[in-house]
Design a binder for this molecule. Structure first.
Ligand SMILES: O=c1ccn([C@H]2C[C@H](O)[C@@H](COP(=O)(O)OP(=O)(O)OP(=O)(O)O)O2)c(=O)[nH]1
Ligand SMILES: [Mg+2]
Length: 158
């Protein structure tokens, strides 16, 4: 799949393809109800990236995303890669700010026990667009009482 769909209701996402993203599929929803669009590795075709066990790498996607104001993009691991190879996103969920105009990159880490070869066009992670709220910050001397109070970290039991 990964073609442009016109039946998705939601805000518009502009993408700018970078020279090293030439020829890659556009990120897209793989199924009708997918939450995330898969991101592909824009590594060089004749020089795949090898991620040894315990190592991490920033993998280019080949695109700049213009996330609409009021939204963010979250970069999340693909469960298949995590289950089969121990490949995950180190900073999950990675946060893409709506005002970021650099290339989106995916910070992968190999928690498996074998080398993992990242080839050009491989779907390495997924990106979820989510609404965010910015709040007005105000310093106060007292906060409201609640039943929970300061209880946390297992205070309600198992
Ligand atoms: O997985 C990621 C995470 C971040 N970014 C880009 C987009 C994001 O808007 C920017 C900053 O990310 P973040 O705020 O998480 O990093 P920081 O360490 O706080 O850097 P900065 O000081 O630039 O905000 O880096 C990515 O491309 N991929
Ligand atoms: Mg930051």
């Amino acid at each position: 799949m990964s073609s442009i769909r016109s039946d998705v209701l939601g805000p518009h996402l502009n993408l700018k393809r970078l020279p090293h993203g030439e020829g890659l599929y556009l990120p897209g929803y793989e199924t009708t109800g997918a939450a995330g669009m898969d991101l592909r590795a824009a590594v060089t075709a004749d020089e795949p990236m090898v991620l040894s066990p315990g190592r991490r790498a920033l993998v280019p996607t080949g695109f700049i995303f213009e996330i609409p104001f009021g939204f963010e993009a979250q970069i999340r691991p693909r469960s298949g890669l995590a289950f089969k190879h121990g490949i995950t996103c180190l900073n999950t969920p990675g946060t893409i700010d709506s005002d970021y105009r650099g290339e989106v990159k995916v910070l992968l880490i190999n928690l498996g026990d074998e080398d993992f070869v990242i080839e050009r066009g491989m779907r390495i992670a997924q990106m979820v667009i989510a609404p965010v709220t910015q709040v007005l910050v105000a310093e106060v001397t007292e906060t409201s009482d609640t039943a929970r109070g300061a209880g946390g970290f297992g205070s309600t039991g198992v």
